[in-house]
Design a protein around this ligand. Structure first.
Ligand code: ADP
Ligand code: MG
Length: 246
């Protein structure tokens, strides 16, 4: 099995706050890893480290065999890694002054020098794939939250990432729009995309995850197959958390 992400003994601080504590975590190609845990436990920080949005103080991190150094080290692989890793945030972060299609075309054209005609065709194909082929020429503010988030996913996919990171992609959505975004993610998973997903959607986690990881105060205290973690949590922290959210 090819490992896409490898973390060993990773530690991250914000000032004196020890946010990630000795994290060991590997993600294999095609694997869907869902990360759960209370607010403030370090879930966002963990996945933001994977594409270098956060620096870490010590330990080892490799993405696609390319090492990201701890703070102060040589970050020459950062640009390469970012090309391989797509990220979708809670807030969609689309460029408001660009149409939906231009939002999707921008990174391939700028970062990969993809010719305009190719970027255009890719954008149209991806918009079809996320179910909004008819919204290509609109501006983001004219779309619903669910549609905007689907554009954000298409935009990330346009770079042909080897790994997708999702940080609570449905938390800012009205309830009736959560399903359409989860459907797109479910399809991606089925097609074999490697994914790390922070979510509070436990139904999705149970159905789609290959592995569920529970983080408590910056430590992985439990992980396993979703049915095992949800139905038979071993750690009392996990039990307490799940009894609050399930
Ligand atoms: P989660 O995503 O699980 O809610 P985060 O990873 O966002 O948790 O945050 C983990 C801890 O780090 C929290 O205590 C949070 O307040 C703190 N934190 C997050 N980002 C910063 C930052 N940029 N500066 C200082 N503290 C931060
Ligand atoms: Mg978070």
């Amino acid at each position: 099995m090819t490992q896409i992400v490898q973390m060993k003994g990773m530690n991250k601080y914000f000032g004196k706050l020890h946010v990630l504590k000795d994290i060991d975590l590997s993600v294999e190609q095609g694997e869907v890893v869902v990360i759960i845990g209370a607010s403030g436990s370090g879930k966002s920080t963990l996945i933001r480290c994977v594409n270098g949005l956060e620096e870490f103080e010590s330990g080892h991190l490799e993405v696609e065999g390319q090492a990201l150094a701890p703070k102060g080290g040589n970050q020459k692989m950062l640009a390469e890694i970012r090309k391989e890793v797509g990220m979708v945030f809670q807030q969609f972060n689309l460029f408001p002054h660009l149409t939906v299609k231009k939002n999707i075309m921008l990174a391939p054209q700028k970062v990969k020098n993809t010719p305009q005609t190719v970027a255009n065709a890719t954008a149209e194909r991806l918009l079809e794939r996320v179910g909004i082929g008819n919204q290509a020429d609109k501006y983001p503010s004219h779309l619903s939250g669910g549609q905007q988030q689907r554009v954000a996913i298409a935009r990330a996919l346009a770079m042909e990432p080897r790994l997708m990171l999702f940080d609570e992609p449905t938390s800012a959505l009205d309830p009736e729009m959560i399903g359409e975004v989860l459907d797109v993610m479910r399809e991606l998973a089925k097609e074999g995309m490697t994914m790390m997903v922070v979510t509070h959607e436990m139904g999705f986690a149970r159905e789609v995850a290959d592995r569920v990881i529970y983080i408590h105060e910056g430590q992985i205290v439990e992980q396993g197959k979703p049915d095992d973690v949800f139905d038979n949590p071993q750690n009392e922290r996990t039990q307490a958390f799940l009894s609050r959210v399930l």
